[in-house]
Design a protein around this ligand. Sequence first.
Ligand SMILES: Nc1ncnc2c1ncn2[C@@H]1O[C@H](COP(=O)(O)OP(=O)(O)OP(=O)(O)O)[C@@H](O)[C@H]1O
Ligand SMILES: [Mg+2]
Length: 332
Amino acid sequence: MKKLRNSLRYRLFFWYILSLLFLGFFIVLTVHIYKLPYSNTLLAIVFLILSMVGFIIIYRFTKSLILLTSQIKLISSKNLENRITTSQGKDEISELSITFNELLDRLDKAFKRERQFIGDVAHELKTPLSTLKSSFEVTLQKERSNEEYKRIIKDSINETDKLTKTLKDVLDLAWTEVPNESQKEIFDLSEMMNEMIEIGQKLALKKQIKIIYSIAPNIKMKGFRDRLGRAILNIIDNAIKYTSNNGKVHIALLKEQNNALITIKDSGQGIEEAELSHIFDRFYRGSKTNKIFGAGLGLAIAKATIEVHRGAIQVKSKLNYGSTFTIALPLT
Ligand SMILES: Nc1ncnc2c1ncn2[C@@H]1O[C@H](COP(=O)(O)OP(=O)(O)OP(=O)(O)O)[C@@H](O)[C@H]1O
Ligand SMILES: [Mg+2]
């Protein structure tokens, strides 16, 4: 009831109906029943009072609207931290300004995140580029043997490969912000998983890690096949990267009700409890990754891509025992 009383619509309707009732009542009273001598004057007074009340209500209503509009006009991408201040009431206009302020909160956060992301990308690219440049400069300082030149060029190619990978990852991540829904296709998830396992087996060869898998056949879903494949591969790649030689990686795909469930389990170094909540953040790298190359983008891309498919990813991990990533993808 209180909420109703605060409502502008309620207040306007209330006054409108009240005015009509009063007017009708007085017309009947003065003209027909009593045939009062000052009926015209009385009617004029009632009319005057009602119109004044109406005027005040409309004035206050439009005043807060005008105030709201003028404040919204002042907001741009440069002052997203500003907030709107309107009347103290609890009507629809104050509700609108609260909702608008919440929208500003979300936009402000998104803008800050993007700015931070651009800063991180710039930093991530700047460091290897300046390393490359200084290694070239040092090389040019004196004459060197052919063997030495070859070694330096090989190292540089390795560095540019890493740069290219980081750039590709950044592009993948940018794609997850605005995926083109019309490019979704129906594909065989089981087939795609088998392909990724094949790539995983090649990656695992050097460390003699055994990949054990069980893939349920003929699971079809609609989505972005290549992107999802790359997301899954990022997780398989981690399982291999963070598991020592002769370890094991288990990969499974099964259908459970209307979901496809993918699990990727490794017998690797595991993730510390305190780090678990950060591993899906962009550019986050765990503390035990000193000698292992990476930009900290793999899981951020995987998570964003899975969410584009309305799925979810979860992780369980025990330090020194291994980690299990579980992905649920809706099939309908
Ligand atoms: N299977 C795993 N076992 C142990 N730690 C893991 C595993 N997967 C991820 N992590 C931890 O999570 C962090 C983030 O993973 P992510 O894949 O996003 O980045 P990365 O592997 O370091 O680099 P990139 O994938 O960009 O090459 C890693 O640095 C690592 O500390
Ligand atoms: Mg990774």
